[in-house]
Every structure is written in C-alpha cells, then in structure tokens.
Design a protein around this ligand. Structure first.
Ligand code: F6P
Length: 319
C-alpha cells in the first residue's frame, strides 16, 4: 500500500477528528501517502481530495465535528455513483480507503470493496448501532452530554416536584437512552427495541409520586416515540403535565471524552495496519478491549443486539 484516502460520512460524531488524525499520522509513520476526502462520498465524486501531512491534523484531537466535513450522498447509493467513486480513486493511484461513519457509510464502503478498492470501515456514530464493536466513536461523549443535561433537569424538576421527559437521539437503536437512563437514574427508558404500553408508562409516573419520589424522569429514544406524544398521553391518562426537553443535535457536538479519543486513536491506527496487511472490506471494532475486524458485509446485514439485562437493571434500580 503506497497511498490511502480517508473520509468521514453520514452524521458526524465526536471523535471523528481523533480518528482522522490517527489514520493520517499512522499512515505517514509507515511511509504511506494519505489524502483527505472533503465532504464524504459527495467529495469523492467531486474529486475533492487533498494530501494530508502531519501538521494538517494538528490541534484537532480535542475538537468535535470533523475537519473533513461530512455529507449524506444520494448519488453514491447508485451503482453508477459507486463505480465512478472507485474509478476516481484508481485514477489517483489510491490503493486503500478508510471510511469513518455509520450504517449508510458502511453500505458505501462495502460496495467500493466489492469494486476492488481496499476498504476499512471505522464505526463513527453517536448511536452505537453498529454491531461487532462494543462501542462506536462518539457514543461515550453523546451519553455524557445527555447525563449532564438530565442532572440539570433533575435540579429544577425536584424543586417543583415535576416530571420530565427527555427525548434523545437514536432512530433505530436505544443505546443512548439506555446508558444515559441507567447513568442518571431515570424511572422509565423507552427504546425502539422494547415495546411499551402508554397506560403503563403513565401509571408508573403517577406511582413514582405516590411512592414519595419528588421527580420522575422518562428518557425516550426518538426512534421509540416523540417526547411530546408521550407527554400528551400522560396528561390525558393521569392529569400530570410532564415538561419535555428535546436534546437534538447538542448531542452530536462538543469535545470528545477521553474514551472516544482513545477509541478513535486505536481504531484509526488499526485500520491503517490492516490495510498494510492487505486486508479489505472489513469493519474495525473493539470487543472486550480487543481490536477486531469483521466483514463489512456481515456488519451491514446484522442488527445490533440490545442489552436487555442492562435495561432490566435500570428499571430495578429506579424503583
Ligand atoms: O447519526 C445518527 C443520528 O444521530 C440519529 O440518531 C438522528 O436521528 C440523526 O443522526 C439526525 O441527523 P441529521 O439531522 O444530521 O440527519
């Protein structure tokens, strides 16, 4: 491998910059030329690549967002777009590509690998919805942001003996709600993976106050329900008027935690080493602290399993 490229794609996540830095510096350390693709697959189709040097990734390990910027590219979902992308990389003499992103980005990487481009995927999404890795880059930071927000809400909710509904990100995966809910002592956690009954949710909230609690918190993943709809149902059923907070894109910004920086640095370096070994079409992940690779084909065709034990624990502890 003489020359590789790196891109970030899909929704950004904290730690993407640390991953780009690791890919660039690890490649240069091993004598490999490295190019940054601006704006994900869209940038690839626009031939928007620039050579990176050691200094081009200076002062970014602590920054949220991605210096390479990102985009969701419809054109790259077509066979024509994918072939053109592979052609552009070949014309530039680029042997390998590191794609940092979520599920959609992995689909693109999978196609490029089938077209003969040596490709490595790094799981970069706050949602933690990529299987075959315990954690994705950005998840730890996003959960910390949600926990911090709930701590603040708890103060004012307790003063007023109010209930609170916090809507968090996670279209198909409830991990942000699960981890943040457990870490902040939420009474109810609603996720897309676990069906729920709105009457039970309402009654549980009413019971919380009857049992002497001075606040009651529901964390709901956006993929399970909208916070406003849950609040309306509770008001209708029990007359309680919960306050709703939608955290939105706040969850995707800010400085990455040390966990995300370490994870991104390890995975970025690992991806470069795997490309040097001639590996391709793989997703890099971390399982029980060990770096692992899995076929991207398997990753995109597998649904991440939900940790029901942790879910039950959160409910048991918040009685
Ligand atoms: O990256 C995934 C995600 O964080 C989802 O949880 C969320 O629904 C989505 O991104 C929203 O992103 P955007 O507004 O950029 O489309």
């Amino acid at each position: 491998v003489k020359s590789i490229a790196v891109l970030t794609s899909g929704g950004d996540s904290q730690g993407m910059n640390a991953a780009v830095r690791a890919v660039v510096r690890s490649a240069i350390f091993h004598g490999i030329e490295v190019y940054g693709v601006q704006r994900g697959y869209q940038g690839l189709l626009n031939n928007d690549l620039r050579q990176m040097d050691l200094r081009s990734v200076g002062d970014i390990i602590q920054r949220g967002g991605t210096i390479l910027q990102t985009a969701r590219c419809k054109e790259f979902m077509t066979a024509e777009g994918q072939e053109r992308g592979a052609e552009i990389l070949r014309e530039r003499g680029i042997d390998g590509l590191v794609v940092i992103g979520g599920d959609g980005s992995y689909q693109g990487a999978n196609k490029l690998s089938k077209l003969g481009i040596k490709t490595m995927g790094l799981p970069g999404t706050i949602d933690n919805d990529i299987p075959f890795t315990d954690f994705t880059i950005g998840f730890d930071t996003a959960v910390s942001i949600v926990v911090d927000a709930i701590n603040k809400l708890r103060d004012t909710m307790t003063s007023h003996e109010r209930s609170s509904i916090v809507e968090v990100m996670g279209r198909h995966c409830g991990d942000i709600a699960l981890y943040a809910g457990l870490a902040s002592g939420a009474e109810t956690i609603l996720v897309p993976e676990v069906p729920f009954d709105l009457n039970e949710v309402s009654n549980r909230m009413a019971d919380n106050f009857r049992h002497g609690k001075r606040h009651s918190i529901i964390v709901v993943a956006e993929g399970a329900a909208r916070g406003e709809d849950i609040a309306a149902a509770i008001t209708k059923n029990n007359g309680i008027e919960p306050r709703v907070t939608v955290l939105g894109h706040i969850q995707r910004g800010g400085a990455p935690t040390h966990n995300d920086r370490v994870l991104a640095s390890r995975l970025g370096d690992f991806a470069v080493r795997k490309l040097m070994e001639g590996d391709s079409g793989k997703s890099c992940g971390i399982i029980k602290g060990e770096l692992v690779v899995t076929d991207i084909d398997t990753v995109v065709n597998t649904k991440k399993s939900f940790n029901m034990d942790m879910y039950d624990l959160a409910l048991r502890l918040s009685q």
